[in-house]
Design a binder for this molecule. Structure first.
Ligand code: MTE
Ligand code: MO
Length: 445
């Protein structure tokens, strides 16, 4: 159990790579949809579900000029749903996990169904979850945040204390550093959700740490902060003081309501633009110190083994990245003619400046439309109309952020970092639209 928890993120993906290598000993790793469906129960279940929803037949009695059945009877009353749920016809829009990637459900991950979402806000119930020791259940009356170490006054805050400070309300994306980790060596998972879905974007309400610190005071020697979670995983990370004082937030609400238990109820750390692992949930303590604490999560984990045997560490920022969410492996093209290509782009360094889209595997590029609002360290929505007449397409998107950083190809990334990494794969993905309109995750070159 302990071993499972400790090596999960690495094991998960190594297991997955092993799976691919085992099946393709002498070939380049290139699994197609058919092979994956044969190999995995969870993916076939998804194919089945989408088949069911696609095959729901139209009832001609409900079509004009007839009076549809829902008009001739009373609707459901206001007492039916004290807390509203999506339409029953949207039951395919759910978080999903990959069973054979999962050591145990308590130390696991599921994925946001980004292919089914519009705009830039992730609904609370669809935000991917990543926890190393399950979801803690905390009565907010028993919640305390302790601040100790190199401060003038060590203090303990209740949740109500935190809510009396000036508040901030900002949108930020959170991306797990392992998002797309399975795709380092070759295309593996045939889904937008599985290859890009460890990201969510919500509006956080909370108190800026720079405001909270005015209360405790800070010793001049304080250079680092240890953030500690109160869940069974004892998640701990070191964060440099410059970042803490710049834009870090202790949040108690997301998208207007209290944090969901999965997201760290009643309070979590928000570390805008930096890897998800640092956004400590169920936050119980901040210790100010003069050195990084070198915890497991920043030494053995969340470091990248490079080709020369050295490892990169403290790889905090999430570099610019984008994905076409439709068409995508889950979003086939169903008819010929004009379509709206849709996608998401984000950067941990600031605002997205431009997104380019290619339909021919990167030979020609067009500039997509970026939709307002485009905010710093938040998902941005892009669209591009295109015409499809039954031809094969190789769809790609490339994000450029306000620092002029350009999202790399996988070949460029592998040249720098080799193929042993799990974390920080922000490379351009390729979706191959087949002649029948189905779409596959492929690797070019
Ligand atoms: N206390 C605690 N904080 C945690 C974790 C955890 O297991 N325990 N997981 C981290 C990881 S690896 C990620 S990617 C994000 C996921 O946040 P989410 O579950 O809100 O998507 O939380 C981080 N914070
Ligand atoms: Mo993560």
């Amino acid at each position: 159990m302990v071993k499972n928890i400790q090596c999960l993120e690495k094991c998960l993906f190594l297991k997955l790579l092993g799976f691919a290598l085992g099946k393709n000993k002498n070939k380049k790793i290139r699994l197609n949809r058919r092979q994956l469906l044969v190999g995995t129960a969870s993916l076939s279940a998804i194919a089945l579900t989408s088949k069911i929803s696609n095959s729901q037949e139209t009832n001609p009695n409900n079509l004009p000029p007839n009076v549809p059945e829902w008009t001739s009877e009373l609707g459901v009353g206001v007492d039916a749903n004290p807390y509203g749920m999506p339409s029953e016809f949207e039951n395919n829009v759910i978080r999903r996990n990959v069973e054979w990637l999962t050591a145990s459900t308590e130390s696991s991950v599921n994925f946001t169904p980004i292919q089914d979402l519009e705009g830039i806000v992730t609904p609370n119930g669809l935000c991917f979850e990543r926890h190393h020791g399950g979801v803690s259940v905390i009565n907010p009356r028993d919640y305390r945040l302790m601040i100790n170490g190199l401060v003038d006054r060590e203090m303990i805050f209740t949740l109500d204390d935190l809510k009396r400070f000036p508040q901030t309300n900002k949108f930020y994306f959170l991306e797990c550093a392992a998002n797309g980790g399975m795709e380092w060596k070759g295309s593996q998972l045939n889904g937008c959700q599985y290859t890009f879905g460890m990201v969510h974007n919500v509006q956080y309400t909370g108190v800026k740490l720079s405001d909270l610190i005015l209360e405790t005071g800070l010793k001049s020697k304080a250079k680092w902060v240890l953030a500690e979670g109160s869940d069974s995983s004892g998640m701990t990370r070191s964060i440099p003081i410059e970042k803490i004082l710049d834009d870090c937030v202790i949040a108690w609400a997301m998208n207007g309501e209290a944090l969901r238990p999965e997201q760290g109820y009643p309070a979590r750390l928000v570390v805008p633009g930096w890897e998800g692992n640092m956004w400590v949930k169920w936050l119980r303590r901040l210790e100010f110190g003069d050195m990084p604490y070198m915890t497991r999560e920043e030494t053995s984990k969340y470091t990248d083994l490079l080709p020369d045997g050295k490892a990169r560490m403290f790889t905090w920022v999430m570099d610019a990245k984008s994905v076409v969410t439709s068409p995508s492996p889950e979003k086939s093209i169903l008819h010929k003619g004009i379509h709206q290509l849709r996608g998401l782009a984000w950067s941990g360094r600031g605002k997205i400046k431009r997104v380019d889209v290619s339909l021919d595997g990167g030979k020609n590029w067009q500039t997509a439309k970026l939709h307002d609002p485009v905010m710093s360290k938040s998902l941005a929505r892009f669209t591009l109309p295109f015409e499809w007449n039954g031809q094969e397409l190789l769809v790609q998107s490339r994000a450029i952020d306000e620092t002029n950083y350009v999202q790399p190809t996988i070949n460029e990334l592998q040249k720098l970092r080799g193929v042993n990494s799990i974390y920080h794969n922000n490379s351009i993905a390729t979706w191959k639209v087949n002649k029948d309109g189905t779409v596959d995750n492929v690797r070019l070159g």
